[in-house]
Design a protein around this ligand. Sequence first.
Ligand code: KG4
Ligand code: ZN
Length: 331
Amino acid sequence: MFILGIESSCDETAIAIIDENKNIYANLLYSQIKEHKNFGGVVPEIASRKHIEKIDRIFFEAFKKAEISPNDIDIISVTQGPGLVGSLLIGLNFAKAIAYFLKKPLYPVHHIEGHILSVLFENSVEFPFISLVASGGHTSIFLVEKVGKYKLLGKTLDDAAGEAFDKVAKMLHLGYPGGPIVERLAKKGRNCINFPKAFIEKKNLNFSFSGLKTAVLNYIKKEHSFSTEDICCSFQNNIADTFIYKLNEATQMHNVKSIAFGGGVACNSFIKEKIREFAKNKGLNFYTASPILCSDNGAMIALAGYYKHLSAKCKFPFDFSLNATPRMQLC
Ligand code: KG4
Ligand code: ZN
């Protein structure tokens, strides 16, 4: 069985082809980084226009890479939300057109469900587990009871962790996206600036990163005693400590044996290793995915659609009124 996954919720036009055994035949994307770089963040109008320009080329390239034809596809899965409405609509309408033409079922999926499930490609993870998803648009912690059954334990009340990386990089004039650049500079810095940590109160698993972002901004404006590398290192350590604090609370409140980490921020080796070490000390398993599967990709959307197909098979024709849902809730 072949599953086509289409993802266009933000600034990545991503198309993947997988099979029911989680083998990935193609996982291609067009990244719009260079289009948004000069603005220090994603410009929604530009993102929509680029998706339109690129989506069909990525689609055909994916089939070339997978060495199969569109007629071999059994089901189609697409991100319905959350995300930028213009961007979502391009992927959703493209998916509708393909599903209509091929006469195949179409599964609309939640973007974050894709991030949660991406750890299953390379690991066999026992349920229930705690999943931390940290990206440019989201930072949430879930109890994953089984595929399709998620309990939201906490989420960011303001900025997402990836967004904080991007904004700090912008303040320091480092470029976009900020995460990889801050990580690189942090390697040469010291964890010597005591930025405030927003742990909120005990047993509360929500996050808040806007105070940290403002503290970094104030530091840059007023003080010059430490280097850019030191700022990056201290900021990155702050985020890692906050994640570990919340994961510790979550694993005390819920009886789990494993922790999973997904989303673009999970590409950060330093944070990943700190969480791995924490899990080891607590006798917990730690799972994450390869960077290509942590950041936005079509394979995770294909997998989420495949699991939906297993639990409730849709038939062709699908619901043509299906619409993009920019503020879609997972649970
Ligand atoms: O999951 P993703 O590709 O897209 C969203 O769903 O938002 O995540 C993108 C975010 C960006 O904010 C980017 O700066 C961050 O992930 N990111 C990182 C790293 N690589 C990407 N953050 C910290 N360290 C990294 N190495
Ligand atoms: Zn994402």
